[in-house]
Write a protein that binds this ligand. Structure first.
Ligand code: SF4
Length: 221
């Protein structure tokens, strides 16, 4: 049976199995030791690489080990520490405000619901889904640029809107596979299904993929 005749749920199941086998280590590339550290790292990771974030967080968390410490930090001190991640003024402001929110509203604990997470300064749905999936083992669909590109090529969404993509993927990926699917698809987008030169010939899910939006030569059309 080719992918043309296959129900979407069966195709998604096979894609998930194969990509999980291809990427057995699906933990976030961000280095963290607590939900608080992951939350701060996720906020800092906007518009930069995980490696850049990992380069600044040891000094940041050495100076501000708990939400209460960061909540009362001087913005200029934090700006200096996160400077190399870019947008450092906004990021410093966001992580101080986020630390204050979890210190004051959640007794220092990173909350475990989508509604509470997106109410924290600097946290969008993408970041909230990372926390829900990684920290709390809740079903999570993490829509970033890699995820959006790969799921579009796989013919699982036509949308460019992250909220719609998340909703559409939640409807075809079973809850107990959503976090695995998200992490594996993200890694696949970085490793093989890249923006500029997807390696379709070597791809683990080639026979399950309509390669939507790509020419025969693998160029975006
Ligand atoms: S076959 Fe090509 S377009 Fe489809 S997932 Fe693999 S690399 Fe991406």
């Amino acid at each position: 049976m080719g992918y043309h005749d296959m129900p979407t749920t069966e195709r998604v199941k096979r894609i998930t199995d194969r990509l999980c086998a291809a990427y057995p280590d699906r933990r976030p590339l961000l280095v963290y030791r607590s939900p608080f550290e992951l939350m701060v790292s996720v906020i800092l990771s906007a518009q930069t690489t995980d490696a850049q974030v990992n380069a600044v967080t040891p000094a940041l968390f050495a100076r501000y080990p708990a939400p209460a410490n960061l909540a009362s930090a001087r913005p200029s001190d934090v700006e200096q520490l996160v400077h190399s991640t870019g947008f450092y003024r906004n990021k410093a402001k966001s992580i101080i405000a986020a630390a204050r929110a979890i210190h004051e509203r959640h007794a220092g604990r990173v909350p475990a619901t989508m509604d509470e997470l997106v109410a924290i300064p600097g946290m969008g749905r993408k970041s909230a889904n990372v926390i829900l999936g990684v920290v709390y083992n809740e079903p999570s669909i993490v829509v970033d640029t890699h995820f959006a590109r790969v799921t579009r090529r796989l013919g699982l969404t036509d949308s460019g809107n992250p909220v719609v993509i998340e909703r559409e993927l939640r409807s075809v990926v079973p809850p107990d596979r959503q976090t695995d699917f998200s992490m594996a698809v993200n890694l696949h987008g970085r490793a093989r299904c890249t923006a500029r030169s997807p390696d379709c010939a070597g791809c683990e899910v080639r026979d399950l993929c309509p390669r939507r939006g790509l020419s025969e030569q693998g160029v975006e059309v």
